[in-house]
Design a protein around this ligand. Structure first.
Ligand code: MLT
Length: 254
């Protein structure tokens, strides 16, 4: 992977393909390999920029707390480094929260938004509390508990469960802690939706056990021009469970 120094961290990324730029942001607690199946399906349509978010994969993190805005600012720094003025951004789950923060901070730099298995609402108080408790558990006991809990919730496909487990196991506990707190503090992006005058694609599995598909319907209800794709029998990993359908849908952002 290529690496740049930005905002006090080292940010790793891959750049592949030719065409309109598209940034692919992975979810929690994964890394850029979450997109491995669809990169080959998109690289003839897009110039793909695929980073590891702060702390995950080959990107480093810091001890002090950070927010979704900081993660979005890392991406803005990367785009600036690459000379990309305007781009579409697709985010899986937590990556969608980062894409939404980017859309709020840098609307002029955005040409399209893809939300894959994500949501626009902030955490309700009990979920927020649960995130802080999970962060404490990781600090005290390590990542095993979260990895076990999330593996079967990601997907019912046993092979992909193995892939997700391996991805989660190689992440730094500090990244779990930082991202859990950043997700807990994220803003409600619903007010932002109405101002989105670029293409928006929402892709969601109807069997998602982590973020129910109702969260995706809420986006559809607010943005009249949304390209909405419900993927039958997919769980929380449509880009792996239904790679072709997910890739074809993201081509709306070209
Ligand atoms: C993710 O897949 O990124 C997380 O499940 C998102 C979340 O916990 O809200």
């Amino acid at each position: 992977m290529e690496k740049i120094e930005i905002n006090g961290i080292e940010l790793a990324y891959e750049r592949r393909g030719k065409g309109a730029p598209l940034v692919l942001l992975h979810g929690f607690p994964l890394d850029h390999h979450a997109w491995d199946k669809i990169v080959p399906l998109l690289e003839n349509t897009f110039e793909l920029i695929v980073p590891d978010l702060r702390g995950f994969g080959e990107s480093t993190t810091m001890d002090s707390p950070y927010t979704m805005d900081d993660l979005a600012t890392d991406i803005a720094g990367l785009l600036n480094h690459l000379g990309v003025d305007k781009t579409a951004i697709a985010g899986h789950s937590m990556g969608g929260y980062v894409a939404l923060a980017f859309a709020r901070l840098y609307p002029e730099s955005m040409s399209g938004l893809g939300l894959v298995s994500s949501q626009v609402l902030a955490d309700p108080p009990d979920r927020k509390e649960g995130r802080y408790k999970s962060a404490e558990d990781v600090a005290e006991k390590g990542i095993g508990g979260i990895v076990d809990a999330m593996t079967t919730k990601f997907t019912s496909d046993e092979q992909l469960q193995g892939f997700a487990r391996k991805s989660m196991e190689r992440q730094d506990p500090a990244a779990y802690i930082g991202a859990l707190k950043a997700m807990a503090e994220r803003l409600d992006s619903t007010p932002l939706l109405a101002s989105m005058d670029f293409p928006v694609v929402v892709i969601h599995g109807n069997a998602d056990a982590l973020i129910p598909i109702d969260r995706a319907y809420e986006v559809k209800d607010v943005i009249s021009h949304v390209h909405f794709v419900e993927i039958k029998n997919a769980g929380h990993l449509p880009m792996l469970e239904a790679a072709q359908e997910t890739a074809d849908s993201l081509k709306q952002l070209a």
